[in-house]
Ligand binder design. Structure first.
Ligand SMILES: [Zn+2]
Length: 148
């Protein structure tokens, strides 16, 4: 199970996470949706990222992110027929590890990769990706593979 990401997109997500500190940044991971997308063990290749506003009010953006469901629907509609779709989401964890929170699990959809970037004191600390387990009760880590 892995998330393949071009080096320049890893860099872009890391810079966005540092820039948003001490708030969480978030965005879509876009790429070709593979057969067996929902199956543990699948690999997805990120071809684009789309930065999004964090939908929480100011005081909550330090520990939560929210993506407007209308943006989800709009993006899926725009990608329809292009062979690409939303394959995951990225967000940052200011001042805490890149370990999914109970809130992340509650909000997680099956299939998607959840890439979390930990930022400590304004600098990238850790960068890890997760997929919701089949029973929805935990996350399983996947490798982030840098592509050049
Ligand atoms: Zn989180």
């Amino acid at each position: 199970m892995s998330l393949k990401v071009p080096a320049q997109l890893i860099e872009a997500v890391h810079r966005a996470a540092e820039k948003a500190f001490p708030e969480e940044c978030c965005g879509f991971l876009i790429g070709a949706v593979p057969n067996g997308f929902e199956k543990p063990g699948r690999t997805v290749m990120v071809e684009e990222i789309q930065a999004l506003p964090n939908g929480w009010e100011a005081g909550s953006r330090t520990h939560r992110y929210q993506i407007d469901p209308k943006i989800f629907a709009k993006t899926e509609a725009e990608l329809s027929g292009t062979g690409k779709g939303i394959v995951g989401l990225y967000h940052s964890h200011p001042s805490v590890p890149a370990w999914p929170s109970p809130f992340d699990l509650m909000m997680a959809w099956p299939c998607y990769s959840y890439w979390i970037v930990s930022v400590i004191e304004g600098k990238i600390h850790d960068s890890r990706s997760w997929m919701r387990g089949e029973d929805g009760r935990n996350f399983v880590e996947e490798n982030i593979v840098e592509e050049n």
